[in-house]
Write a protein that binds this ligand. Structure first.
Ligand SMILES: Cc1cc2nc3c(=O)[nH]c(=O)nc-3n(C[C@H](O)[C@H](O)[C@H](O)COP(=O)(O)O)c2cc1C
Ligand SMILES: [Fe+2]
Ligand SMILES: [Fe+2]
Length: 415
């Protein structure tokens, strides 16, 4: 059953679904269940903030229709497109004919494709934009990668409520709405959720915290689990503290071979990106550096990236020779990846990938990355046709940021 309309504060209501099954999620089983919290904000105009899981979409819309006239909804705010929150959107949008969907640009891209909403009117919001509901004002802050690229949070100024969707959530089928009536200390449940869903994106948690730092937040109304009202600052502080913990220093070695400088530029860009995240990087031109220095740096590293240009369908220079030497060493526990610039077919990068596979380093591969993280915009081997002027920098920086993320997390797990 969809729960009744529960008042959170003046003009703000929760209509959600308590899902007390063992919920399969990201290859985990949420044995305590979860809730999908959708909110209504009622002023001169009416807004719905997030919906429920796709399995309960119709049930949700039916229940909502008993509380309000669906045609009177002016806005449906979608903070995050994952179907555990946007799943009710197609059913809701079909009935709420006058509602505009409010989300980030990238969320629109995904929602249109997920639910075939091409003819629907969207209101695209950017960081800091506000929306006047007549008596109440919503303000939006983009919070990319918490935990997917399109995410944002919504702040209701007059009532000082933050609607952060997945952020500040708890996975459990709580029977009471507010944490202050839970009857136990929810800290552990709250932290388990943080570790699982948010901590891998800790750099973005820091960015989010900076954005909401000046907001007066009286209530945090997330989309899973408890509504936090007794001392919301305590929960924000927990994110602050956990995301600040710095793991042990991590090192990377980047080796490259380049004819005209493109592969060198990728190597340098990766080094810059890793250094931004506090990774210490040693970079070597394989045709100039001696083997002893290269091997010493590799053995001290947590990550080894090797790049080559392609010439006559092969890797260039000393690439094969150097990586061949690495195959004779015990480099277990080190992560390795291939990259390179090519002109039309890029065989050299693929050969290099095979050479790395012959070492006992753990090889970065697109398929593994998707299966373990859900990330699809980081490719390994990293292949770049010449150096795509418009997007090379973005791809390189994103790749480096992703790699830094896995390095920093892995270390903490080991600790
Ligand atoms: C002599 C020569 C042979 C090349 N052969 C290939 C090739 O077989 N396949 C390919 O994809 N690109 C080939 N290329 C294109 C280069 O891989 C491409 O220009 C690349 O950006 C060079 O990277 P670099 O600047 O790091 O040297 C060739 C380039 C040259 C100059
Ligand atoms: Fe999510
Ligand atoms: Fe979620």
């Amino acid at each position: 059953m969809i729960q009744d309309k529960i008042q959170i504060t003046d003009g703000v209501f929760l209509v959600g679904k308590n899902d007390d099954r063992d919920v399969p999620f990201h290859r985990l089983m949420l044995t305590k269940g979860t809730t999908y919290n959708s909110y209504l904000v009622q002023a001169d105009r009416l807004a719905v903030i997030d919906t429920v899981d796709i399995s309960f979409g119709r049930e949700y819309v039916q229940a909502l229709g008993e509380h309000i006239v669906l045609e009177s909804i002016d806005y449906i705010v979608i903070n995050h497109v994952e179907p555990d929150h946007s799943g009710g959107l197609p059913a809701l949008a079909a009935k709420a004919k006058n509602a505009r969907i409010v989300c980030t640009e990238y969320a629109r891209y995904e929602l249109q494709r997920m639910y075939n909403l091409y003819t629907r009117e969207f209101l695209i919001v950017k960081d800091g934009d506000s929306l006047d509901l007549g008596g109440k004002t919503l303000r939006f802050f983009e919070t990319p990668w918490l935990h997917t690229e399109e995410t944002m949070v919504t702040y209701l100024e007059e009532n000082r409520v933050l609607f952060p969707c997945d952020i500040f959530s708890t996975h459990l089928a709580n029977k009471t709405t507010f944490e202050d009536s839970a009857g136990y200390d929810i800290t552990e449940d709250f932290q388990v959720y943080y570790q699982l869903i948010m901590h891998p994106h800790r750099r973005h948690v820091r960015d989010m915290l900076a954005k909401i730092a000046d907001l007066d937040i009286q209530i945090i109304a997330p989309s899973h689990g408890f509504v936090l009202r007794e001392d919301p600052r305590r929960f924000i502080d927990m994110y602050e503290k956990a995301s600040r913990e710095t793991p042990e220093p991590q090192k990377a070695a980047i080796l490259y071979a380049s004819m005209t400088g493109n592969t060198r530029k990728i190597a340098r860009g990766l080094a810059d990106g890793l250094e931004k995240d506090g990774i210490q990087v040693d970079i070597f031109d394989m045709n100039k550096a001696d083997d002893e220095s290269i091997i010493a740096a590799v053995q001290e590293s947590n990550l080894v990236l090797v790049g080559t240009a392609t010439k006559y369908a092969d890797a260039i220079g000393r690439t094969e020779e150097v990586v061949g030497k690495l195959a004779n060493l015990d480099l277990s526990g080190i992560t390795a990846g291939a990259f390179g610039s090519y002109g039309w077919s890029g065989e050299g990068i693929e050969h290099l990938h095979d050479f790395l596979a012959a070492t006992n380093m753990t090889l970065l591969e697109s398929s593994t990355i998707i299966k373990t993280t859900g990330v699809t915009d980081v490719q390994f081997p990293l292949r770049m046709r010449f150096l795509p002027e418009d997007e090379a920098d973005r791809i390189i920086d994103r790749t480096a940021n992703f790699l830094a993320g896995i390095l920093l997390d892995r270390k903490e797990d080991a600790a």
